[in-house]
Unconditional design. Structure first.
Length: 592
RNA sequence: GGAGCCGUGGUGUAGUCAGGUUAACACGCCGGCCUGUCAAGCCGGAGAUCGCGGGUUCAAAUCCCGUCGGUUCCGCCA
């Protein structure tokens, strides 16, 4: 065996997936895993896999008796070192489905570096495998191309984010993982302190306060690919620990942040996916988004904008409409796209879906010539029919859906848009649709606690024009905030922060925090703000969700190397787990 | 906390609604044959107390109750 030093295997000279026709005649050494073995009795074919791809290794006894005999004992997922000569495949044996399909390696020597047990599932593309099994053997799951490619993509995304931001003067600075619990927001993960018995660190929900301190410190532009922790229930797009592209800038307004982020995503999609996006990304105020899409994270790709038809039915004989209007409600709806001359069944399904979404009811109207087919038809005047046709722009056989009620109708219609898009639209007009949503309300009324809560966080700056009525009418106050939505998924959001102590105090008062409480909770930040805080603002994006969309996946688990199950466990390591009584003792903890 | 779907050899599924004799199929695995395959092929073989517990019944993978795990959604979460 031609080993060197203490090794009993030969180091590779090339990667499997890189071999091409031009390499014919070259002697190479490959290191990798056996993807498959095809034994023809005489000749044995091995597909050898490494991070770059797969190449066929031919073990022919006439070429090398030794290689052939070692290959006989080889099985799937064995780790090999193969020395051989690259040669062009015979024309009829070319495999167009492999990037290396025009060549093969004639093995001179095959060394088994390590055998492998038969894997619990097949390491192959597109196989459905039980989620628990996949996670328990994640290192095997990660050998499969989909997952491997997703992580390669993820690495390229973070590299390009770093590349872009550092080229724009941002400094990458780490912030603590062991930190202080902050009120508001999600439930904290908590870590007991040994040195301070009875006291606890909290894991950060985001680096929010630290990045603001970095602005006070004068770093001007900060970013971090930051791990964040929130102890809430999991979803397909939510893990207890997740990663944000987090950044903050000094001396900026919302425009600066948004236009720079436009540039960043254009750069990212160009470099990583080769997709050209158009700048600037469209923007909607929160109010506009709610009005036209019924949600603060619209997907405009489907069209079907919501319109207000209230004016048409002021004096309608149709009681559902008239009585809704009489109590201050509205009639809103949209033209369903992709559905023409529907069956009664399809219409019933729309109504059913609306009920599922919490609607009292749904009225459909189908254009038939100059007339409307609808459960409400016999109550509608000629004028109302004519107006409906005109204002909706309904084509022959097309469907208008209308719902009557208060603002909650928007939510129903939004859900119904999604339903119609899934049901009747096969392909979107564009693959990627970015939208900025701006001017969110600063406060939300919390009905349970009977108080205002921050929509974003307590340091978000109110819009300038709202300063005069901050206290008088908090629910009408908008903020200098912005969310970026991609294909109906909230990618991230941010705001310009308050840098004025007096204004901050006013906001705290509205949130029901007196000076003392504010000092207790955020004292260190407020104190820092007494030493010359610059105007500043920033934003944070969910990296997992971004990569999920870029990779075309349905769950962020598919773009995270070692994710957790919905119940927050890791079947691979067995976390979370009990700890020894001694450990509890050291921490002065006792199970309840 | 609530609702839906899923759980059957190593893997993926059929069988469950309408209970009935050896639980079927594909892949994988093991052995044999085979010198151009690449989802290799052909022949043979092993491998499942049907997630777990209880109940109904002459009889339960199948019906009922409970429980555990996975997953999706609501609540929660920016």
């Amino acid at each position: 065996m031609a080993a060197s030093g203490g090794r009993d295997w030969e180091k590779r000279t090339r990667y499997c997936g890189t071999l091409r026709k031009e390499d014919a005649g070259r002697e190479v050494v490959l290191n990798g895993w056996v993807q498959t073995r095809r034994d023809h009795g005489g000749v044995i074919f091995l597909d050898l896999r490494d991070i770059t791809g797969i190449v066929q290794v031919v073990c022919n006894p006439e070429f090398s008796r030794e290689a052939h005999s070692s290959a006989r004992s080889v099985r799937s997922e064995y780790v090999l070192s193969c020395r051989g000569v690259v040669r062009e495949r015979p024309a009829e044996a070319v495999n167009p489905r492999l990037s290396t399909g025009e060549v093969e390696v004639m093995a001179e020597r095959v060394t088994v570096i390590n055998p492998s047990r038969t894997p619990p599932f097949e390491i192959e593309e597109g196989r459905e495998v039980d989620e628990n099994l996949r996670l328990r053997y994640r290192y095997l799951d990660l050998r499969r191309p989909e997952l491997k490619e997703a992580l390669v993509l993820r690495s390229r995304v973070t590299r390009e984010v770093r590349e872009f931001l550092s080229s724009r003067g941002f400094l990458e600075i780490e912030t603590p993982i062991l930190t202080k619990s902050t009120p508001e927001g999600a439930r904290d993960f908590v870590v007991p302190s040994r040195l301070q018995p009875g006291k606890f660190y909290a894991l950060p929900q985001s680096p929010q306060l630290f990045k603001q301190l970095l602005m006070v410190a004068g770093f001007d532009r900060y970013y971090q690919i930051a791990r964040c922790f929130r102890d809430e229930d999991l979803r397909a797009d939510r893990q207890p620990e997740f990663t944000q592209i987090d950044l903050e800038m000094s001396f900026v307004d919302p425009e600066d942040v948004m236009s720079l982020m436009d540039e960043m995503f254009v750069h990212l999609f160009r470099e990583v996916l080769g997709v050209e996006l158009y700048r600037p990304f469209p923007r909607l105020t929160w109010r506009q988004a709610m009005e036209r899409y019924g949600t603060d994270r619209p997907d405009p790709r489907w069209g079907m904008e919501i319109r207000d038809f209230s004016g048409l039915y002021r004096d309608s004989e149709f009681r559902v409409f008239r009585s809704a209007l009489e109590v201050g409600g509205r009639i809103r709806g949209f033209r369903v796209q992709g559905l023409r001359s529907p069956s009664r069944r399809e219409l019933d399904e729309l109504v059913e879906e609306a009920h599922r979404l919490g609607a009292q009811g749904l009225v459909w109207m189908v254009r038939e010539g100059e007339d409307l087919r609808s459960p409400a038809a016999k109550f509608l005047s000629a004028q109302e029919v004519e107006g409906t046709l005109r204002e909706s722009g309904l084509g022959e056989g097309e469907v208008l859906v209308l719902a009557a009620g208060g603002e909650e109708v928007g939510e129903v219609l939004s859900g119904l848009r999604d339903y119609c898009a899934r049901r009747y639209f096969t392909r979107p007009r564009e693959q990627y649709s970015f939208v900025w949503i701006t001017d969110f309300p600063l406060f939300d009324w919390d009905e349970e606690e009977k108080r205002y809560k921050s929509n974003h966080h307590p340091f978000t700056s109110p819009s300038r024009e709202c300063l005069d009525f901050l206290e008088e009418n908090p629910s009408q106050v908008t903020s200098e905030s912005y969310d970026l939505v991609l294909n109906g998924v909230e990618l991230g959001g941010g705001s310009i922060r308050i840098h004025d102590a007096e204004l901050q105090a006013r906001v705290f008062r509205i949130l029901g925090l007196d000076e003392e409480q504010a000092r207790e909770k955020f004292g260190f930040l407020l104190e820092a703000f007494q030493y010359g805080p610059p105007p500043h603002g920033g934003i944070a994006f969910g990296l997992d969700r971004l990569v999920m969309i870029m990779a075309g996946k349905e769950s962020i688990r598919e773009v995270i190397a070692f994710p957790k199950t919905q119940s927050g466990t890791d079947p691979l390591t067995g976390a979370p787990d009990a700890i020894y009584p001694e450990q509890l003792g050291e921490l002065r903890l006792r199970p309840v």
